[in-house]
Design a protein. Sequence first.
Length: 282
Amino acid sequence: MTTTPPHTFLWVSAHPEPASLNGHLRRDATTHLQGRGHEVLQSDLYAMGWNPVLGPDAVISRPSRFNPSDDVRRAYLTGGLAPDIVAEQEKLLAADAVVLQFPLWWYGMPAILKGWFDRVFHSGFAFGKDPATGRRLRFEQGPFAGKRALVVVTLGDRPRSIGPRGKSGELQEMLFGLLHGTLAYTGMEVLQPLPVPSADFLDSHGYGQVRAQLRTRLDAFFTDAPIAYRPQFTGQYTREWELSDHIRPGETGLSVHVLDPGEAVDAERQVAVDGCYAAAST
C-alpha cells in the first residue's frame, strides 16, 4: 500500500528501442507505480510515431501563412487543434506527476521529445496571459502549478563528469533549459533529476541498483523537496527580468536563480508586483 494517496502519473519516454535500458526501466517503474495504486498514463513517443515538427498540420484548418504562436493558440481556444496534440494535452491535464525519461544526446533531449514540447506546450495552454487580468502565466503563476516533474536521464558520461567540477558540467545546470525554462516556467515543481551515468556499461547488478534508486525516488515523489527556483513575481527580479542587485550581489551564472538554503521569499511583495505588471500589460 502506498504511503501517499493514489496519483496520476504521465510517463513520457523517448528512446527508439523497446529492449533498451530505458525501455526496461520504464516498464519496471510503471509496474511499480501501478502496484502502489497509482494510475500511469504513457506517451512512448517512438512507439506512437510522434510527429515532432511544429507546422501547419498542428491546426485542423490550415492557414495560408502559418504563424506558429498565434495560429496554434487560436486553434486551441476554438477547438481546432490536431487530434494528436489534444490527446497529449488531455493526458497532461489529468496528471498530478510528470516523468520525462530519455537518453542524453549531444547534451540535450532527443529531437522527438523536443518536438513534443514544441507542439504540446504552446501559447494559451502552457503559458501566456490571463485574458481578463493580464496576469502573466509563468513560473509560480504558471498554468501547471500543483503538478510535479522528474527527469530520468541515461548518459554515457562517468558519474563525476556531471558533478560540480565535471568536464560535462553539473547536471542540473546542463538541463537548465528543460528544468527551469520549460517545467518550472509552466508552473511545475521540479524535482532533482535522476541521472543514470555510464549507462552503456551497466551490468545486471548495476541495473538492480538503478531500478531500486528509481523506485525510491518515485515513492518520495510528493514528499521530496523540489529545486527551489526563485519566483518571478515577488520582487526578486527587475522589470527586465534580471535578478535584482541586492540579491547575491556580484554573482552570476545559473545557480543565482536558485534560492539559498533558508532564504525566504517576501510573499507580501506578490500583490504589488502583480498589480503593477498586470496594469502595464493591459
